[in-house]
Design a protein around this ligand. Structure first.
Ligand SMILES: [Zn+2]
Length: 361
């Protein structure tokens, strides 16, 4: 299997796992199975983030943390309707218009699953004034075929159970493209695994922490707790970002097929210009496509990573994706590999002197 195909298969594996915020254990298990504990010291913090530590043999090696969030957005049952429909609250930011009419998967507290769909009013029986309005989260419900509230309860389903989007994996004619559920951020998780495999047998000049964080989608909570444990000098968030190459988006320069996107600015983080410069040089030296962009919306784990004790030099490497926070997201494998190769080369080259030069005098 070539590199692109192998990466794609791993990404599909991660996308098809269910891991809403707070419920990321299946992704942790897969990462642990894949990476093992031969080359990494593995630990978890009390919110569930998983830390793969590869110590350096050098005494003053800078601490580098690379974090990819493992959680996905979805819904939680907030109320049960008399006729057996489940009313929902969103876990993370979702525009309800993207999910109505699509397949839903209910996961109960004891792990059982039911298949249904996100319900809506048929156009034939809709009040005319509703037709031009976008549905809100208060309008949204999921239909699993239950007949009544009693029927729901008799099936062991209750308030607080999880309702997942269940977008299927899409194989386009172009083998470089892939679509699937939870692309945000299983794309980043797969890149994290790819980096780990690339460097697992090397002696590094950095003290490396590869971290799968939890609860990013509800407010970068896992980054906050894991960075306080790792306490890095240099911290990098690895996450998907909105791609502007589809109709009707506001203008922006991120796009599929252009390589790794270096996020310079968003509402939560202003990236370290010396670190950005370092990454641009690594990209140039290794012929890896990479470019800078300013995010128009959304934040990343970098928002918390920068607050390492005394502050960390921080950057977000973004993975452009179409259709964020919807049942099916689309990425180009070549962009994900560009980000993975860029981070691999960074880890291989960065050392104590580079860090000294980067520090404020
Ligand atoms: Zn994300």
């Amino acid at each position: 299997m070539n590199k692109q195909e192998n990466f794609k298969q791993r990404l599909i594996k991660y996308m098809e796992l269910k891991g809403m915020s707070r419920y990321e254990d299946l992704i942790v298990e897969e990462l642990k199975n894949s990476l093992g504990n031969k080359n990494f010291e593995i630990s978890r913090d009390n919110l569930g983030s998983v830390i793969f530590h590869k110590p350096s043999k050098k005494a003053n090696a800078p601490k580098v943390m690379i974090a990819a969030h493992m959680d996905e957005v979805g819904f939680i049952v907030r109320n049960i309707d008399k006729k057996g429909q489940l009313l929902l609250s969103a876990v993370g930011g979702i525009w309800p218009a993207t999910v109505i009419g699509t397949k839903a998967t209910l996961k109960t507290a004891d792990g059982r699953e039911f298949i249904g769909l996100f319900g809506h009013t048929s156009i034939h029986i809709m009040k005319s004034e509703e037709m031009s309005k976008a549905p809100t989260i208060m309008d949204l419900y999921a239909d699993f075929g239950f007949k009544s509230e009693e029927d729901v309860l008799a099936n062991g389903v209750g308030v607080g159970d999880l309702v997942y989007m269940s977008g299927e994996t899409i194989h386009f004619a172009d083998p470089n493209l892939i679509g699937g559920k939870a692309m945000d951020n299983r794309a980043g998780v797969t890149v994290l695994e790819y980096i780990a495999k690339n460097i697992e047998n090397l002696d590094l000049d950095v003290d490396l922490y590869l971290v799968g964080t939890v609860q990013e989608e509800v407010g970068t909570r896992g980054a906050k707790t894991s960075v306080s444990l790792v306490d890095p000098d240099v911290a990098i968030a690895l996450d998907t970002c909105a791609s502007h190459d589809t109709p009707n988006t506001i203008p922006g320069n991120t796009s599929l097929f252009k390589g790794a996107a270096l996020r310079i600015f968003d509402r939560g983080t202003m990236m370290d210009p010396k670190l950005v410069n370092y990454f641009q040089n690594v990209a140039k030296q290794n012929n890896i496509p990479a470019y800078k962009f300013v995010a128009m919306g959304g934040g990343t784990d970098a928002h918390e990573l920068q607050f390492s004790h005394g502050g960390a030099a921080t950057l977000t490497i973004s993975l452009p994706q179409r259709y964020l926070h919807s049942p099916i997201g689309v990425c180009a494998i070549s962009d994900l590999l560009a980000a993975g190769d860029l981070l691999t080369e960074f880890i291989k080259s960065f050392n104590e002197n580079d860090w000294k030069e980067m520090q404020y005098k």
